[in-house]
Design a protein around this ligand. Structure first.
Ligand code: SAM
Ligand code: SF4
Length: 337
């Protein structure tokens, strides 16, 4: 199919027949934390002129929704530390055609922003939490304060989002003994929790990844010793598998982008804060939308044509840990988690 023919259909389909209806937009590469699995201690962030302005990010979001995308996730870096981010959230939240606006955050700003985010149209929110011990939380995030994040989580619960999910990365030797405590914390609040396997994105210098990775199978075994896990059938969950726990409201997810291959149903793409459209989390296939945005101010038709053309670059599958492929040099904060 040529680009114009696809544009008429107002939906994005790649050359493997997969429809793309979900976009993750990174609104900043910066963060107030330095989580050991995500960043190195000394990070250099992008110079301002390489970063999309809020207006440019909005043009990208609007164009995608006009091409049939109905689900957008805002992420980063820490999205809520970007100056004036609420003005962007409000504008994206008002886009016709958008069914779901989602946010991934470390929770540090939620105490004050949970209600404004809900009012701006954010439906669901993921909050990262790796430990319930203040000292170990501080060590894993290098800068984070647990009590502030917990107040943020409570504010999010009070704000009444459609769903809240804790995102937890378990690392051997750091927090594997907290698997059940974190689950029970989520159960106590009536929210969901997902355990994420550590992904090999960027050289984080803190540890050798293959030594610290705890597989989701191990996590599931530990939980199963105390609770029965009933699988929930969710076709749109991407790399996640969800389970219900006995009669509790809490759903437990396991995100295994490496050990489970979800690629054949992949419906998502990412846009970095530099305006690089990434077609796959585990590959470098991309298109530079920043140049298109800046060369064509006020003309989103050209932008949309490029987005449609980029779909042909979407690879069939990722190749994490393929020894014949170079290791990805992108950090997670650059990729947009
Ligand atoms: N700052 C926000 C946060 O922490 O939720 C949003 C961005 S962060 C990059 C998104 C998610 O990616 C977080 O849940 C974090 O735990 C996860 N993450 C970061 N680096 C990772 C890695 N190397 N492997 C697996 N998950 C990672
Ligand atoms: Fe920041 Fe999120 Fe990365 Fe932690 S995981 S350093 S909070 S971007």
């Amino acid at each position: 199919m040529n680009a114009e023919a696809k544009q008429d259909s107002t939906s994005l389909v790649d050359k493997h027949g997969r429809r793309v209806d979900y976009v993750r937009l990174s609104v900043t590469d910066r963060c107030d934390f330095r989580c050991v699995y995500c960043m190195s201690e000394e990070m250099t962030f992008l110079p301002r002129n390489q970063v999309l302005s809020l207006e440019e990010i909005f043009r990208v979001a609007k164009s995608f929704t006009e091409l049939g995308v109905d689900k957008i996730r805002l992420t980063g870096g820490e999205p809520l530390v970007r100056k004036n981010v609420m003005s962007l959230v409000e504008k994206i939240g008002a886009l016709p055609g958008l069914k779901e606006l989602l946010l991934t955050t470390n929770g540090s700003q939620l105490e004050k922003l949970a209600t404004p985010l809900r009012d701006a149209g954010v439906n669901r929110i993921n909050i990262s939490l790796d430990s319930l011990d203040a000292d170990s939380f501080h060590k894993m995030t290098r800068t984070g304060k647990l009590d502030k994040v917990q107040r943020g989580i409570e504010a999010a619960v009070a704000a009444g989002f459609d769903a809240i999910r804790l995102n937890t990365v378990i690392l051997r030797g750091r927090n594997e003994h907290e698997i059940l405590d974190l689950l029970e914390y989520a159960m106590g609040l009536g929210i969901n929790i997902a355990y994420i396997e550590e992904m090999p994105l960027g050289d984080v210098s803190d540890h050798e990844r293959l030594d610290t990775m705890v597989t989701n199978e191990e996590v599931r075994d530990i939980i199963s010793e105390r609770y029965s896990l009933d699988p929930i059938d969710m076709t749109t969950a991407g790399p996640s598998r969800y389970y219900r726990i006995d009669s509790h409201a809490t759903k437990v997810g396991f995100i295994s982008p490496i050990s489970h291959n979800f690629c054949e149903t992949c419906n998502r793409v990412r846009v970095t804060v530099e305006g690089r459209l990434l077609l796959c989390l585990g590959n470098e296939h991309s298109m530079d939308l920043r140049k298109v945005l800046r060369d064509n101010p006020g003309n989103d038709d050209v932008l949309k044509t490029h987005i449609i053309e980029a779909m042909d670059l979407k690879p069939l599958q990722h190749n994490f840990y393929d020894k014949d492929q170079p290791q990805l040099v992108r950090f997670m904060n650059m990729t947009g988690g």
